[in-house]
Design a protein. Structure first.
Length: 101
């Protein structure tokens, strides 16, 4: 009986360490959740980079089409692309869709 009483504090200490160790690993702010959150942050940062690049592209287009500095070549290019027409002096080269497969 006396031998059992000697191991009770060690057993309680081992249980407390196990409890806190388990929650440090799998808890709400544990190591495994931290890894998941870091991966989500990387994914969102990638989406942000794409959104910023798209915004810069659109701002560049807006600047070209603004009244202060209208880029006539770009306006002509966009009008031809939207209307699907060509200038009479343009050379048109038709490529078959299956030619490069």
């Amino acid at each position: 009986m006396n031998a059992i009483r000697r191991f009770i504090p060690s057993f309680i200490l081992a249980m407390v360490i196990s409890y806190f160790g388990y929650h440090a690993l799998t808890g709400e702010q544990g190591l495994l959740n931290w890894i998941v959150v870091e991966n989500e942050i990387r994914g969102v940062e990638d989406e942000l980079a794409l959104a910023v690049a798209e915004r810069e592209r659109l701002e560049s287009i807006k600047a070209r089409l603004s009244n202060e500095s209208l880029d006539l070549d770009y306006l002509d290019e966009r009008a031809r692309a939207v209307l699907n027409v060509a200038h009479p002096r343009d050379f048109i080269v038709e490529i078959e869709p299956d030619a490069y497969r």
